[in-house]
Design a protein around this ligand. Sequence first.
Ligand code: NDP
Ligand code: 2IT
Length: 451
Amino acid sequence: MGYLQSVKESLLKNSSLADEIFFQAVFEVLDSLEPILQSDRIYEELAILERLVVPDREFKFKITWFDDNNKVNVNNGYRVQFNNALGPYKGGLRFHPSVNSSILKFLGFEQIFKNSLTGLMMGGAKGGSDFNPKGKSNSEVMKFCKAYMTELHKHIGPRVDIPAGDIGVGAREIGFLFGEYKKITSRYEGIITGKPYMFGGSLLRPEATGYGVVYFTDELLKLENKEPLKDKICCVSGSGNVAIYTIEKLQSFGAIVVSCSDSRGTIYDSRGLDVVLLKELKFNKRASLEEYINTHTSAIYTKVEDYPSGAHEVWSIPCYGAFPCATQNELNINDATNLIDNGCQIVVEGANMPSSPEAIELFLKQKITFAPAKAANAGGVAVSNFEMSQNAALQRWDMDKVDESLRTTMKQICKRVYLTSKDYGVDGNYVDGANIAAFKRVAEAMIAEGI
Ligand code: NDP
Ligand code: 2IT
């Protein structure tokens, strides 16, 4: 049996079926690595793959908190520290009812490779809780965040593990988490990124993931000699942090973004989305997208229950560029087929693992330019790293410096992925290009550090 196959089989044998989503992330990486594994036997000799697919440690803890009716609530809290070969553990926190240990392992595993691609000093981690912030009062969110930090603070530190945001965790939650860490430890240090600017956050961190997605897209279109974004119709799924800043930057490049979505439905506005209104609805009011049509009466809102069966409305709209920015496995084979049939030329992943394996296979087969998440959405964690640098030096960078550094980082990632796909004989396959380039750096560090 080949090395790859034996690693896969032993993983399947030693894990539960509930780990399906984690296996999806692992197998996608492993399936890319054949060319590099064949180039050097050292990876097999030093059991690099066996060591990479198991987290260094996982914490699971109970979180208890009082809601506004003085009822006691219990949630599960997690932090998965996956690999720190390249630097301290780094990765976001997700608060969503679907969160479990398998989802966090998939996200933590992806984070190792994404962080490697940035070329910066960061290992991979992820954490979160099955707490649902939706419909909770500000004081309930605060009480929950503080209860979560009473456990989490034992495991993090500016040179140990530095969390950040993800789904359901934005500046508000990060402020509460930071405040509680400070209270418990009396230390004012950069233990979390994505902080509000006034107490140590970086300019452009909120925008970084979405802006980075578009910088990456612009560079990739140039490398492939394809038409730029100007005047092109684009569709973006989601309407959270990543989606809204992707839309904003696409518009600044002259693209016409006609559709976005949330967990309840999709908006189609043929004249181009009103991003100021989107921010007001989603960031300030935390409202449903349905309210968009109260202001723009010619826009069309489609509820999730009215989507065509087995497909998502947002991907049924003809577009040049598709940007899945909501959640994992949100773009399936039917969606991929619709996009291709409607002439889509480029798919860039803003969310983590939003395309199903079958959808990716079809994009690659049909020679649609496909940019995988771990390369395209690395701008968020890159600016998190800039925030860590600013905190460590007790300094602040101005907007131009952060933006320039972000843009340079995204260009470098894009070039590295593009060239790696050529070097390893998988020209144009950026899934393999990203996985191989990322693996190479992590594996070299693991080899140099010994077992
Ligand atoms: P937010 O919580 O800000 O927004 C998430 C958006 O996705 C919301 O519009 C939400 O809808 C929608 N959504 C979430 N779950 C589902 C679902 N099951 N079905 C349909 N829609 C859903 O999160 P982010 O924008 O921060 O994260 C989006 C994606 O980007 C995630 O995959 C995350 O891991 C990834 N990412 C985030 C980074 C960051 O810096 N924040 C960095 C890199 C990647 P609703 O408003 O109805 O809840
Ligand atoms: O998936 C991701 O890269 C994030 N949620 C951001 C991680 C970070 O540490 O900024």
